[in-house]
Design a protein around this ligand. Structure first.
Ligand code: ADP
Ligand code: 5GP
Length: 219
C-alpha cells in the first residue's frame, strides 16, 4: 500500500446508473483542474459522444483479460454484464502530476480502492427517488430497453451498499448537489492529517525565531 502524500485526495464517486454522477464529476473536473480524472478501461462499447482515452479506454475482452492476468488493475469488477477497471498506471500518473484523483467507479471498485487506500474518500450520489432515476436514465437515451431494465434492476442492489461510503450527496437540483459535492472536496483538503507536515514545519520555524533573547535582538 502506498501512503497518500499529505494533500493528495483520492475521491471516489459512485451512484446507481442515471443518478447524475457523470454530470457532477464533469463539473468537478472543470473546477478542480489539479484533480486528475481516472480514465477506466471497459469492455463496453463507446456511446456516440464518447472518445477513446477521454471517458474510457475502450478495450476488447481479450485485452481486458490480459490486463487482469498481468495485474495491471488496482481494481476491477463486472458491472451491468461488462467489465470495468482502474489501471494502476492511472493512479501512478495522478500521483506524479496532480493533487488528487477522481474515480467514477461502482461500489465493488470503491470497496477495493478503500481496501488498498484507506484514506480514499467515498461519495455516494443518490437520486431523489427511483421514479426520477428511471426518468433520467431514459431521458439520457443512451441505453437499449434491455440495458435500461438491467440498470434499473441493479439500482437497489447498488443503493444497498451505501454503507461503504463516507458521504451521501442527493442529486435533486443540480446546482445544489454540485455545491454539496464540491464542499466535500474543499473540506477533505482541509483535513488536519493532510496538513501535518505543514504544521510541523511552522512549529520548527516558530521555535527558531522565539528562542529567548533572539526576539529581543540579542544574539
Ligand atoms: P450517471 O453518470 O450517474 O449514470 P448522468 O450524469 O449521465 O448519470 O445523468 C443521467 C441523466 O440525468 C443525464 O441526462 C443528465 O443530464 C441528467 N441529470 C443529471 N443530474 C440531474 C439533475 N439534478 N436534474 C435533472 N437531470 C439531471
Ligand atoms: P457506464 O457504462 O454508465 O459508463 O458505467 C457503468 C458503471 O460502471 C458506473 O457505475 C460506473 O461508475 C462504473 N465504472 C466505471 N468505471 C469503472 C471502473 O474502473 N471500475 C469499477 N469497479 N466500476 C467502474
Amino acid at each position: 500500500m502506498v501512503a497518500p502524500s499529505d494533500e493528495f485526495v483520492m475521491l471516489i464517486v459512485s451512484s446507481p446508473s442515471g443518478a447524475g454522477k457523470t454530470t457532477l464529476c464533469n463539473r468537478l473536473r472543470e473546477e478542480f483542474g489539479d484533480i486528475r480524472f481516472s480514465v477506466s478501461h471497459t469492455t463496453r462499447l463507446a456511446r456516440p459522444n464518447e472518445v477513446d482515452g477521454r471517458e474510457y479506454h475502450f478495450v476488447s475482452d481479450a485485452e481486458f483479460e490480459r490486463m487482469v492476468r498481468e495485474r495491471a488493475f488496482a481494481e476491477w469488477a463486472a458491472v451491468h454484464d461488462r467489465r470495468y477497471g482502474t489501471s494502476k498506471r492511472e493512479i501512478d500518473a495522478a500521483r506524479a502530476g496532480a493533487r488528487g484523483v477522481l474515480f467514477d467507479i461502482d461500489y465493488q471498485g470503491a470497496r477495493q480502492i478503500k481496501a488498498h487506500y484507506p484514506d480514499a474518500v467515498g461519495v455516494f450520489v443518490l437520486p431523489p427517488s427511483l421514479e426520477e432515476l428511471e426518468r433520467r436514465l431514459r431521458g439520457r437515451g443512451t441505453e437499449s430497453e434491455e440495458a435500461t431494465v438491467r440498470r434499473l434492476a441493479a439500482a437497489k442492489r447498488e443503493i444497498a451498499h451505501y454503507g461503504l461510503f463516507d458521504y451521501v450527496v442527493v442529486n435533486d437540483e443540480l446546482e445544489r448537489a454540485y455545491e454539496r459535492l464540491r464542499s466535500v472536496v474543499v473540506a477533505e483538503r482541509c483535513r488536519r492529517a493532510r496538513h501535518a507536515q505543514r504544521c510541523e514545519e511552522l512549529l520548527t520555524q516558530t521555535l527558531e525565531t522565539t528562542r529567548p533573547g533572539r526576539a529581543l535582538g540579542e544574539e
